[in-house]
Each structure stands twice: as structure tokens, then as C-alpha cells.
Design a protein around this ligand. Sequence first.
Ligand code: ATP
Ligand code: MG
Length: 742
Amino acid sequence: MDALLDGLNAAQRSAVTSPASVLQVLAPPGSGKTKTLTARVAYLVNHERLQPWNIIVCTFTLKAAREMKERIRNIVGDGIVNKLILGTFHSVARRFLVRYGQEIGIPKNFGIADTTDSKAMIKRIITRHQYTVDPSQARSRISGLKAKGTTAEQFAATSKMADQHEFMCVYSEYEETLRLSNQLDYDDLLLRSVELLRQHPACVSSIQAVLIDEYQDTNNIQYELMTLMARTMQRITIVGDPDQSIYGFRSAEIQNLYRMRKAYPETIVINLEDNYRSSACIISSAKAVIEQDESRPNKSLLPTHCAGEQPTLRHLATAHVEAQWMVEEIHRSKTLSAGLLNFSDYAILLRSAALSLSIERALGKAGIPYRMVGGRRFFDRAEIKIVLDYLRVINQPDHNDALIRVINVPSRKIGEVTVKALLEEAETSNMTLWKLVLDCAQGRRQPRSKISAQAQKGIDMFVNLILTSRRKLLSTEGEECNLLDLISHILQKISFESYLKTTHKDNWKDRWANVEELVAQATQMASSTSDSEEGTEDALPVVDGIEQRQDTAADILSKFLANVALSTEVEKENGEEQNQVTISTIHAAKGLEWPIVFIPAVYEGSIPHSRADDNDEERRLLYVGMTRAQGLLYLSCPVKQSGEGETTLSKFISPRSIQKYFSNRGPSFGCTVIGDLARILRRPCPSSAEVGFAHSLLERIEDDQYPVNREDIDGEGSGWNASRPSGDALPPFKRRRTEPSN
Ligand code: ATP
Ligand code: MG
């Protein structure tokens, strides 16, 4: 028990050990809500003897799920953590649907339509009928309705307005397209799980506890799901912070907090007040920003760390200069910190991903490694998408969109016009493209439009490839199939390496290496699933009367594709934190923390964003961004926006009462600053001799007196680090700067 409660304060302990059946922990950023939730999971297992496979833990992002899993693993060990039903709402919902979805007519091998697929479907529907509605608007509106639990039929029944007619048709046809191609979109995963649990409560009858992080951002359908999951045994713990509610634009309902208290009058609320994340100066500045919202109840947020350095607010000439300044500041602080900081200690948080271009360019040019979160994903690379689309078609041949994308890749001489004609014919005959091409290839049907002999040959080859691959997958040829065999079979049949060589002469090797990485990931997933009886990722309680069976190769493929669809990570999913600067949207950064945080482009139109209609939510977003910082916080604003004239500093920062919390000089990185930083980060502090050495080194680089390659000073155990103990091998320096170079 002691070990479990070690490192928790009194309020956190009382939350962890609370006998309450319904518990809300409401607290500001950095007060240890996630830490408390994690310890509570361990407490329920170790002390209340709940079965881990009967505990559901929902987080908001994959990264958060992974981090929480690690934290719980450290307390309770491997064996137990793998049995928990832990993941994002969507991944937990998917698990229930895969296992029990057949009870409500969802085939086990359903595919998941990601945002790109959904957009493509909606666009096709609109083009076909020559509707005038905007595809992106239609998509987000459909998603909004689904998040509220409103089906196409319900919408049609309640909406009387004539101008809604087109949208209504798009919504119901989109649903029909998903059904025909046996796919669920992200919203369906939640919606259909609610339907499943309503109709078949037995699926969750053994659940003993439900715990949810970042509760302030749940929407109606997630609320519903939570109450259904906890229906038989009310043991709910939620943690959240109304000040960090930033997903209203995606139908999150802050009211869910109060709705829950009404539905469960026995709810006990515990508040936490101490902040363990940030320096006192960072907390004061963030508080000043959020307190501008006068309608919010005032809350206490007490620092546990020293004052630290004042946050920086800088005006730079242009976005380009701003990016350059961040690069300089990263180099400068990293060098001056005398080994305290790594690149992975820095995050650049953006209001919108579109701002990343000039920053990426500047970091790239300076040789600073970085990772983009919420940007272009590994799985979105062209060569990876082709392989994944083949796997999607093999898993689910009725997946029209994937089939359209690969039927002529590599070229089988099936032109775009032919594909379009076939698609139209399939749609008017109310069948999928696969059924049509299969019928044509097997001579059961003559296509209506004229198809060249060459194209027909190409179609036959494609159909043949899919059929042989499916036979392999379903093991109907009598041999054991694994994912590796299947992917190798496809790559070989389509001569993918030669295809990349001819289409991408310059970088085919990199692209082929990516494909090999994908194969490695698929293989790893397959082996981890077959190694463990619990199927690590897919733990669920066993329900009497509903058939259970071992995962087949087809199940493993479905699961792999689902993981890809639900992944929001950019890079290879190996979970390793590399020594890279993080560039992320603020939305994707919630719940996380970094020693040093930059928030650039703090101007009107960027934050608050010109298209956002909720000012308070935009302010909360800035608050979330600022409270990610542990030791140093930099805000900046380019004076000129490219091509759009002068900017105005964000109204959230511009009042004098707020500006007083910022300095425009930037931290000096003297011994005291580094000492404070080390204390906040709980890391060993470099000695004053080391700090002095770093200062002299940087000075020489800046004076160009000493030809040091920047990369030499950046790497761990790099040249200068290694030579340091043997004394100062550098030539004596002329003058010592105490002020930073800017
Ligand atoms: P957010 O609202 O941003 O999600 P949070 O309330 O979930 O924040 P955590 O991420 O759990 O906060 O904790 C913030 C940091 O404070 C973490 O580094 C955590 O390890 C540390 N921390 C939390 N509680 C304590 C404590 N009692 N003693 C020392 N450190 C703590
Ligand atoms: Mg948290």
C-alpha cells in the first residue's frame, strides 16, 4: 500500500483510496489528476481486489493511453496491466464491437473509415448528385450529429426545412455507403457500441469499474457509453478540468460534469490545488490569462516549485524570423544548460498545424531533429498507403475507396475513365465495385460501358491477385498464413520494389525502407497477439452465451488495420521517445508536459483563431498550451504576417495587466537559472564549472573564434563533453558575456 501511495499528497491519496462509488476529481493543470487516476487503478486491483479485465480505463489520445499504461505497469507489473481494458474511447469501443458486434449485425471483420476515407465518400456522393453542399462542412456536420447520437433517420424525421434536403440525402447515402462496404467511421465506433451495450447489457455485466481521464472533453455519446459500461456496477472515477475544455468544436459537452452529478447524486467531488509541473512564474502568467474569463469560478492553483524565470514574450519581424529565433534559442539554451537539456525537452505548440511549415524548414536547415504530432503520419506516406490499401481490399474487398486507389497501381492499363464508368455502373446497380469487377472477371456479367481488351486483362489480373491473397488469408489453401507471408506475397506479385525504383528514382530506397518498417510492425503485432492468451491490446471480460474464439489471421489483419486507422501518431509506432524537438498542435498536447515550451504566432486571427466562434474556448486553448511548460515558456508574435500585413498581438496577452508577467529578454541561463530548472525537472544540476565552460564555448562559437561544428556540441557524449574532464582544451577567450546574445 505504501509504495502505491508514495509520492502522493494528502488530497491525491484520499482520491486514490476513496470508497466512493462515483468520484469526480476536478483540478487544474499539473495537479496530478492523471497520476491520481493511475494510482487508483492500481489501488482497485491491489487492494480492492477488482479483476483487471473488469476495469475499463479511457483516455483521450493513444499517447496518453500508452503513458498511462507505462505508469500502471510500473506499479502493478506486466501481467496485470495487459489485462486491463485500457485505451482511447474509440479503441475500447472497437474492442467491444469486434468481440460482440455480431449481436447487432456488425460483421467481425468490419473496416474503419478514417477521415480521408469519409471525406472521399462524401465528396463522391455530392459530385454524383451534383449537390451544392460543401463536402467538408457536410462531413463535420454529420460527425456533429453522430456525436450527439442523432442518426440519419432521426435527423430526417425531425428536420422539416426544405434547404436541409440535400444534406439529409448526403447523410443517409453516406451511411448506406459505409454499410455496403462494411465499414464504420470514427463516430460509428461509439454510436454502435452504445447500441450494442443498450441491447446486450450482458457484454458489460462483469465490469467492476470505469475510469476516465480528461473528462471535460467527453461528448454526449461518450457520456452515454460511460454510463452504459458502468450500468451494472456503479464504480466510476472521472478526472478533469473545466478550464481545459477545448473540444467544444467537436461537440464536447462541459455540462457532462454536472449531468453526471445529477444522474449520480452520490457523487463525491475531490479538488486538488497544488501544481507540481510548472515554475511559479509560469503558473502566474497562465492564471492571469485564464482569469480574464470572468464567468468562470475562481480556483486555487498553488505552485510547489520556485519562481523560476519569467516567461518570454517576443515580437519578431516575420514568421521566418520568428522560426529562426526559436532555432537560435533552442541551440543557445541547450548549449548553455551544460548537458541538462536534450532536444526532446523542447516542444513548439501551435494553434493550427498549418503554422508548422516555416518552423519545420528552419529546424531542418539547422539540423535540429524534430517530430510532428498530429501532422503527416507515417501511415499517410504514399508508398505506405498503397500497401495499406491492398491490405484493406484483401481484408474487405467491398472497400470501394481503397479499391479505386489501387486497382491501377502499379499500372494495369485500367484508365481513370474506365474506373469511373465501372464505379457508376456499380452504384446504379446498388452493388460495390468489387462485386462488379468480380462478376465481370468471372464472366457472370458484361460491363455496360465498353472496356478495352487491355483494361479487361488488367482487371482480371487484379481480381486474381485479391482472390489468391484472400485465400491465403482465410487459409482456405490449407496452409497456415501469417501477416508477413501475406504482405510479402502482395509486394512480390505487384513487383513493388521495382515500381518504386521506376517511379521515385531519387528516393526509392527511403521509400522501400518505409515499406520494410511497415512489414516489421505488422509482424510484431501478429506475434504479440499470438504470444499472449489475453491478446495484450484486446483484453475484454468473457461473457457467457456469446461465442468466443481464437484470433485468426484475418482477425489479426483487421486489428492491424484498425490500429492504423485509430493512430494519430506521426512516426513509426515504436513508442520510443527519441531525442527530437516535438512540434504539435495545442489540441494534441493536452495532458502532456515539456521542460521548455514555445507558443509562436500569438496574434489575433491565429489565437483566437479567425474561424473559431467561441472566444472562451480559444482562451482556454492558450491556457492549456502555457500550462504544458515546466521550466521555461516562450510566447512570440511576428509583426508581419506573410502577404497579409501587420498583426495585432492576441487580446489574451495584450492587456498591460497580463504583459507584466512576461519579459522580452529571454532567460540568461546563469548558474541560478540552470539550478532552478534542474530542481523543477528533478534532474541532477550541472556544476558551476560546467556551466562556465558552456558559456565560454558558446561565446567562442558566436565570435567565430573557434571552428566548432554545432553538431559536435549537441550529441550526448559528444566531443566537447568527452574532452571536458581533461581540462579546457580550447584557446583562451577574450571577453565573457553574461547577457544572452539576443
Ligand atoms: P493535466 O491537467 O495537464 O492533464 P494533471 O493534473 O493530469 O495535468 P499530471 O500529469 O498527473 O497532472 O502531473 C503533472 C506532473 O506533476 C507530473 O510530472 C507528475 O509526475 C507530477 N506530480 C503529480 N503529483 C505529484 C506529487 N504529489 N508529487 C510530486 N510530483 C507530482
Ligand atoms: Mg492529465
